[in-house]
Ligand binder design. Structure first.
Ligand code: SF4
Ligand code: SF4
Length: 289
């Protein structure tokens, strides 16, 4: 079962929930992989005690121009939606603005002179971590300056899916844009982490709309319960959204998290809360399959 832990905005405790779920699942005897797909700023590695073992580059298609064949007609530049080609016919100049290129290949299709050749560029890195000789954690990180995390996310989930396991837990990028959609689209069930504040509710609404459009089953975890107001609860009730768990607003939880600890390892109440959460997610997964 692929479980994505997501949130409509950053800072709600998404990584906190993902890493503690991972630990709970492993402690209850399930083979579990954690994939950190928050590829702009992955930070789950701070909470996972495993050995970094290997890395692989994520590469993406980039066009290369053959100066011998190019007539500098500029057709490829017209076809490029992302303005990633710079062509000056009068000076017989053509350049690729690599950081703007999305690797769509339209320029190669447009060129009648066969002057566009296949090239590749490294856009990110995947790091593998093992525990007891088993891959347990995979981190995807995009290269700085790249504009899209999507190729790294796709490759990270692909690699994590190749590892035999009962559960794959995916820490998604925040927000509801393309990286979020690409991540949740590859999961069986989504856990949306939010906080009971007006900002939290506004971002949750957007995430819920997106998941409903994708027809993805999901439930909500309220983090820092006790903070803010009760509007969130009314919304969940009206929309018939399952409230999977409430994690209390607690200084000790924040302290453990800030020191790279997992609350399920030190707090019996939290251990039980995450066990129940994992069971409810498992039940939802079974009813979806
Ligand atoms: S379409 Fe082909 S020939 Fe024309 S400028 Fe682009 S690469 Fe050169
Ligand atoms: S691959 Fe696509 S985005 Fe990149 S230069 Fe060609 S047309 Fe533009």
């Amino acid at each position: 079962m692929k479980i994505v832990v997501a949130s409509g905005k950053g800072g709600t405790g998404k990584t906190f929930v993902a890493t503690n779920l991972y630990e709970t699942s492993r402690n209850t005897g399930h083979a579990t992989i954690l994939a950190d797909c928050d590829a702009e700023v992955p930070n789950a590695s701070h909470f996972i005690r495993a050995e970094k073992t290997s890395q692989e580059n994520v590469t993406e298609y980039r066009p290369e121009f053959d100066a011998q064949k190019c007539t500098f007609c500029g057709k490829c530049m017209e076809y490029c939606t992302y303005n990633a080609i710079f062509c000056i016919p009068a000076q017989s100049q053509i350049r690729l603005l690599t950081h703007l290129c999305h690797g769509c290949g339209a320029c190669a299709v447009a060129c009648e002179e066969h002057a566009v050749k296949d090239g590749a560029a490294a856009v990110g890195v995947i790091t593998f971590y093992k525990k007891d000789e088993q891959t347990v954690f995979i981190e995807g990180k995009m290269k700085s300056g790249e504009i899209s995390a999507v190729p790294v996310i796709k490759q990270t989930i692909k690699r994590a899916s190749e590892v035999p396991a009962d559960y794959l837990i995916i820490d998604a990028p925040p927000g509801t844009s393309c990286p979020f959609i690409q991540t949740v689209a590859r999961a069986d069930y989504a856990v949306l982490v939010t906080e009971p504040t007006p900002f939290g509710l506004s971002d949750l609404r957007q995430a819920v709309e997106t998941l409903r459009t994708l027809k993805k089953p999901f439930g909500v975890v309220i983090n820092r319960a006790g903070l803010g107001n009760k509007e969130m609860y009314g919304y969940l009730k009206r929309e018939r959204i399952e409230l999977l768990a409430e994690i209390p607003f607690d200084k000790e939880i924040a302290r453990i998290y800030s020191t790279g600890g997992l609350v399920v390892s030190t707090d019996k109440k939290m251990e039980q809360l995450f066990k129940t959460l994992m069971e409810r997610i498992g039940e939802n997964g079974n009813s979806c399959s």
